[in-house]
Write a protein that binds this ligand. Structure first.
Ligand code: ASP
Length: 324
C-alpha cells in the first residue's frame, strides 16, 4: 500500500471511532429546514442557528428542503450520514403527526433520529386576510359554517402543523374549506397578506409582526393563556371555542447513529443559545415559548416525540385524514 493510501485508510478508520467526535465540528454543519424560507421553522432555525454557530466555532448553514408537509426534508435528514454535519429543525408535524397521515412514511420519528433538543414551543393562532368580514372568533365560526367550501384555507402541506391544527378546527366546526397547499407558511402568509387566501392556523412565530402591522387579522390563540407577544389577542376559551386547544413546537434532530459526543455538543450549543438574552428575546418577541430546564435535554425531547406521535395518531385517524 502506498503511504497516501495508508494515510487515507487511517483517516477513514479515525472517523469511524468515537474519538473523531472530539474535534467536531471541523467544517460547517447543515441544518435542514423542511419548509420554505421565511416561515416559522426557518425563522426559529436561523435565530438559534446563529448563536449555536458561535458556540460551535463553525457555521450552521440552513438548507431549505421543502415538500410533502416537511416529510421530504425529514427523510433526507434520516438518511444522511450520522456524522453531525447534517441535522434538522423538525416540528410537531414532521415528528408528531406525519406517521398518522403517511402510511408509507420513509422514517419513524421515534426510531430514525437522535434528539438534540427543543428549540421553542409555538402556540397556534387562527388568522385571516385582513378584509375577511368576521370581526371576531364567534363571527368567524358562523361565517365559516355558512361559507364552508367557499373558504380557502392555506397550509404547508399534508401533515404540516398548519394542516393538522386546522384539520382539528374544521372537524370541530363541521366545515370542509378548500385547502391551498404551500411549501411552507412563509409563502402562505404572503398570500394571506395579499388577500389571495382566506384563513390559516399557524405557529405564532410566523404571525406576530403581520398581526401587529394590521396586515392580517387574528381571531384567537389556541392556548389556555394569552401570549405576552400578543397581549390583546383573546384565547380560544375567551373567544368562545374552548375545546380548540392546540400548540406546536420546533426541535432539533440528527440522523440515528450520530455519536452521543456530537449530539451532546449540539445540545450544549442549543442550551447556550436559549440562555443568551438576545436570542431568548428574539424568540419570545415572536411568541416562542422557551423550554424550562428539564425540557432542554435530549432525553426530554426523545420522550416528548414518542408522546406526540402517540397523541396525534388517534386524533388524526378519527378525523379521517390521510395523505393518500
Ligand atoms: N408552520 C409550517 C407548518 O405549517 C411550516 C413552516 O415552518 O413553514 O408546518
Amino acid at each position: 500500500m502506498k503511504s497516501t493510501a495508508i494515510a487515507a485508510a487511517a483517516l477513514l478508520l479515525a472517523s469511524a471511532v468515537p474519538g473523531f467526535a472530539q474535534g467536531y465540528p471541523t467544517k460547517p454543519v447543515t441544518m435542514i429546514v423542511p419548509f420554505a424560507a421565511g416561515g416559522p421553522t426557518d425563522v426559529v432555525a436561523r435565530i438559534v442557528g446563529e448563536h449555536m454557530s458561535r458556540t460551535l466555532g463553525q457555521q450552521i448553514v440552513i438548507e431549505n428542503v421543502a415538500g410533502a408537509g416537511g416529510t421530504t426534508g425529514s427523510t433526507r435528514t434520516a438518511q444522511a450520514a450520522p456524522d453531525g454535519y447534517t441535522i434538522m429543525m423538525g416540528h410537531m408535524g414532521t415528528h408528531g403527526a406525519a406517521p398518522a397521515l403517511y402510511p408509507n412514511l420513509k422514517y419513524d420519528p421515534t426510531k430514525d433520529f437522535e434528539t438534540v433538543g427543543m428549540a421553542a414551543g409555538t402556540p397556534i393562532v387562527i388568522v385571516a386576510r385582513k378584509d375577511l368580514p368576521p370581526k371576531d372568533l364567534k363571527e368567524f365560526v358562523s361565517y365559516a359554517k355558512q361559507q364552508n367550501d367557499k373558504l380557502n384555507e392555506a397550509h404547508a402541506g399534508i401533515g404540516s402543523v398548519s394542516h393538522t391544527t386546522c384539520v382539528l378546527l374544521n372537524v370541530q366546526l363541521g366545515i370542509k374549506p378548500t385547502a391551498v397547499p404551500y411549501k411552507g407558511t412563509g409563502p402562505a402568509l404572503n398570500d394571506l397578506v395579499s388577500g389571495q387566501v382566506d384563513f390559516m392556523c399557524d405557529q405564532i412565530v410566523n404571525l406576530v409582526e403581520q398581526i401587529k402591522a394590521g396586515s392580517i387579522k387574528a381571531y384567537a390563540i389556541a392556548t389556555p393563556e394569552r401570549s405576552p407577544a400578543l397581549p390583546d389577542l383573546p384565547t380560544t376559551k375567551e373567544a368562545g371555542l374552548p375545546d380548540y386547544q392546540v400548540s406546536a413546537w420546533n426541535a432539533i434532530f440528527a440522523p440515528k447513529g450520530t455519536p452521543t459526543e456530537i449530539t451532546a455538543k449540539l445540545n450544549d450549543a442549543l442550551v447556550k443559545a436559549l440562555a443568551d438574552p438576545n436570542t431568548k428575546k428574539r424568540l419570545e418577541d415572536l411568541g416562542g415559548v422557551l423550554p424550562d430546564e428539564n425540557g432542554k435535554t435530549r432525553e426530554a425531547l426523545k420522550a416528548f416525540v414518542a408522546a406526540e406521535v402517540a397523541r396525534w395518531t388517534p386524533v388524526l385517524k378519527s378525523a379521517g385524514v390521510t395523505a393518500n
